[in-house]
Design a protein around this ligand. Sequence first.
Ligand code: B12
Ligand code: SF4
Length: 472
Amino acid sequence: MNISLIKVREPSVSIPEVTPPLGIMYLAGYLRKYRPGKDNLSLSDLSVQSKEQALEGLRDADVIGLSTTNRDGRYLTGIIKDVRAINKNATLVLGGPIVSSFMNELYGSFDIDFAVAHEGERTFLEVIEKLDSTNTPLEQIKGIVYRNGTSRFTGRRETIEDLDDEIPFPAWDLILERPLSEGYWKNKSFAFYRMGKKYMGLFTSRGCPYKCIYCHDIFAKRFRAHSAERVVAELEHLHKNYGLRDFEFYDDTFNFDKERTRKICALIGEKQLKINLYFPNGLRADRLEKDIVEKMAKAGTKVMCFAIETVSERLQKLLQRNLQFENINSMIDVAVKNGIHAEGFFMIGHPTETKKEMLDTINFAAKSSLHSAAFSIAIPQKGTELFTKYIGEKKTQNLGEGYYEYSSSISEVPPNEVRKLLAYTFIKFYLRPGRVLRILKTFPPSFIFSRRFMVQIHKWLDVVFHSSNHSK
Ligand code: B12
Ligand code: SF4
């Protein structure tokens, strides 16, 4: 079958980061393993390609798989129209985080044939097998949302337990062996900076055992992971076959299993891989220890993000995040001492949050030895407990909502003031000579003069000025 997979993403100044489309790369790798030689697979990515380029490849497709998040839902509606116009006969399958969030409203919003919820590999394989030959009635495929009057979900599919055994390497070649890859090299990636131009993102574990009420549940509330050996085999393969040295990890809680983390670092050392590692999706400081941070530094870690969010213990409880604080500053200090760029993740605008609590978090960040900090406004995502509890289960999320247009103030502080605080936060954190010098010291000079750094500066200015404009 001719199967085309597209990542749908609308360009945005406030979120300029672009990452390789691992979701559809995993699906392509899986179909190749379980249907060898049966399909022609192609990938496109609207984060790095024009709409025209991406649509052009769809003319002969039998199945078109679209992958997206809530944020790009509004854009998706237009893309679906364009896709239908260029290829009337293809079966349109939607996947990615948006499906589990919008399960009950999919067919009201999007003109698709089916949707695949949660972990996608097994379900998508079954959908393709059905479309190709068998007569399995659709209702028997677990994990899909189909149209029957309204949206109907066939029920959650069991998760894949033995990731090493069942999940092959993602189809890296469909990105790395094409000019498309240039789009990732020249753009800002998820990590604050990277040493080299070329890189790849990795997803070495699935699911997270914590229950933060603002978070998705795509891969289940349990930690499943590739073994250390498999993770290092992926690094080695990408290093040897594609000459890559820079690797970003997008796991939800990469360091949840302390022994796995230690072993990955040890294996990188044993194999003498000279590579750079980045952890831009946030590590839990309460699952780190001094020796782990030191081992990660020795293995090549250049950027480590600490997902702190709020320093209010009351809010940590309310958000069911329950981060243990004792360790945070000392782990940041160990990272900084070992030459790692330490970034903090913070959010303001949590439900019932007071101005004082916001300022406490801002002051903590400013006083810490973090090199950089990413402050966001808490925007409830449909499908999370945060949305159900504080916005309302029956309410619809404003698709395409950005940092500045967000409509749902759930804190004690009015939206305009939260935006104003966001601008103040950036100024208070960054406009310190000591911090600026420390940031510049960790960057490779090639990054300071790169387009990627300009994009970062554009993003900062956008947060500061956009926020203050709106707050008048
Ligand atoms: C990398 C990343 C980013 C990058 C790139 C995002 C992008 N859209 O290109 C950056 C840093 C820019 C980013 C920004 C944001 N992100 Co983000 N990000 C991630 C992260 C950490 C990893 C994504 C990844 O590679 N996953 C690994 C792959 C294997 O998983 P997957 O894509 O879900 O694919 C599987 C299934 O979904 C399914 N599937 C996927 N596509 C398809 C397609 C078909 C046809 C089928 C059948 C199946 C299928 O099968 C795949 C294999 O099982 C995820 C967390 C996570 N656990 O995934 C959050 C996540 C996607 N982000 C999230 C959010 C909220 C955001 C922001 C809104 C944050 C903010 N306030 O700014 C912005 C929105 C940006 C945007 N336009 O989408 C949420 C999305 C929730 C939702 N329902 O939409 C997630 C899930 C995190 C979370 N904790 O809730 N993000
Ligand atoms: S926010 Fe992070 S720690 Fe909390 S549930 Fe989500 S992935 Fe896990």
